[in-house]
Design a protein around this ligand. Structure first.
Ligand code: GLY
Length: 399
């Protein structure tokens, strides 16, 4: 992939009331990454005494300490902190951070040995072991990723053409359920197929992406959170929501997973349909954002403008757009990078935890309909924020 030289964007970013450095992508990234490194030190100081088996998940509004949860199959978020540590180690080269990254990663090894219980295996194991393998080449990590990919593939139903996202919810939804978030877990399957795993993992990933494209999206490019299918015949039964405002609304993080997911599918397949689709659903999302580019948790919540935001969706999209900017041609690609930089400037300017809170970002929404994690700092927002900054940094210093 040839990276492009991007047009100046300082004026647009300044219009947001933020003040990123005007020396190009790498300098903007540097400012954010220095901040992340400081916050990571603070987080480690708080959580290390609890041991590597306790995972930071969220911080309530006004609080200054992470809520810790034991790593277990009840959690889907335990891969993000080790992933943050790997990115922070990549940036700082600090051996203390590397040691912590290894320990928090290795606390998740048990996941590769138990039968698949949920689609989130990719989030858990590829953010942690995936980044660890990328940076260290540790063969044991690769084995663990391949074993987990095999577990994840066992949730694939060929009659439907997708992975079952939530085995425990089959009764509640009335069938085989597949959610938008599941797209992210395909990354581990595509990677495994190229790195010694069964080549059929890539076919599963493609089939899942194609079926999701058909049934988790409306003709206008907005997404449904969930699609439900007859597990025997594969017939599509209905599309609906779980974490969004309503069956017909656009849940912000669901759309964000889609933008990120189809961009990633293009990375592995070079199939133009994924690139075109990623652009289409990104354009829909971007066209409906509020002025500061950080979405409300659901684009159709009637409480807008008093509805909570979701900084996590913004971080996911910023990271995705930086990658997408390298694939989309001409001005379109340049526009995605400009927008990603504006989103990151907005997050840094007005959504950061700062001195009051060790999280990188505040103001994310986990599961609004369940009344859970509304306006919280949430660990996955931080993961995609630091990933986006590392991607931005990799573009170099030139405008
Ligand atoms: N994967 C669950 C979520 O995005 O909240």
């Amino acid at each position: 992939m040839i990276r492009k030289v991007f047009a100046a964007t300082a004026v647009c970013i300044a219009a947001l009331g933020c003040s990123p450095k005007q020396d190009g992508p790498a300098a903007e990234a540097e400012q954010g990454l220095e901040y992340c490194a400081r916050q990571t030190e603070r987080t480690l100081a708080q959580i290390l005494p609890a041991g590597y088996g306790m995972s930071p998940k969220n911080i309530a509004p006004g609080d200054s300490a992470w809520n810790l949860y034991p790593v277990s199959k009840e959690l889907w978020t335990e891969g993000f902190f080790p992933g943050i540590l790997w990115y922070d180690y990549e940036y700082t080269s600090d051996e203390k951070i590397r040691k912590a990254a290894e320990k928090y990663t290795e606390a998740l090894e048990f996941i590769s040995r138990i039968p698949a219980y949920d689609h989130d295996l990719g989030f858990i194991m590829f953010c942690s072991y995936g980044n660890g393998y990328r940076l260290t080449g540790n063969e044991k990590y690769k084995e663990i990723i391949l074993a987990t990919a095999d577990r994840l593939a066992s949730l694939y139903n060929p009659a439907v053409g997708t992975i079952l996202s939530w085995p425990r919810e089959v009764g509640n939804f009335g069938g085989h359920n597949t959610i938008m978030d599941n797209l992210i877990n395909l990354e581990m399957l595509f990677w495994a197929a190229e790195n010694g795993g069964d080549p059929k993992y890539a076919e599963i990933a493609r089939s899942h992406a194609d079926t999701t494209m058909k049934y988790n999206f409306r003709p206008d490019g907005t997404s449904y959170h969930v699609a439900v299918y007859d597990p025997e015949t594969g017939r599509h039964i209905r599309s609906c929501t779980h974490q969004g405002y309503s069956d017909n609304s656009m849940w912000a993080r669901g759309q964000a997973w889609g933008i990120y997911g189809y961009t990633m599918c293009y990375r592995f397949t070079y199939d133009r349909k994924y690139l075109d689709f990623a652009c289409r659903i990104a354009d829909v999302y971007l066209s409906k954002l509020p002025e500061d580019l950080i979405p409300y948790w659901d684009f159709n919540d009637p409480a807008i403008p008093d509805a909570p935001r979701d900084a996590s969706a913004a971080a996911v999209v910023a990271s995705a757009l930086i990658e997408l900017s390298g694939y989309a041609e001409g001005e379109k690609g340049e526009g995605y990078l400009t927008t990603a930089r504006k989103i990151l400037a907005s997050l840094y300017g007005n959504y950061r935890g700062g001195d009051a809170c060790p999280a990188f970002l505040l103001h994310s929404t986990g599961h609004h309909p369940a009344g859970s994690e509304i306006d919280y700092a949430i660990i996955y927002a931080d993961y995609y924020y630091i990933e986006a900054l590392m991607r931005l940094r990799a573009l170099g210093g030139k405008e």
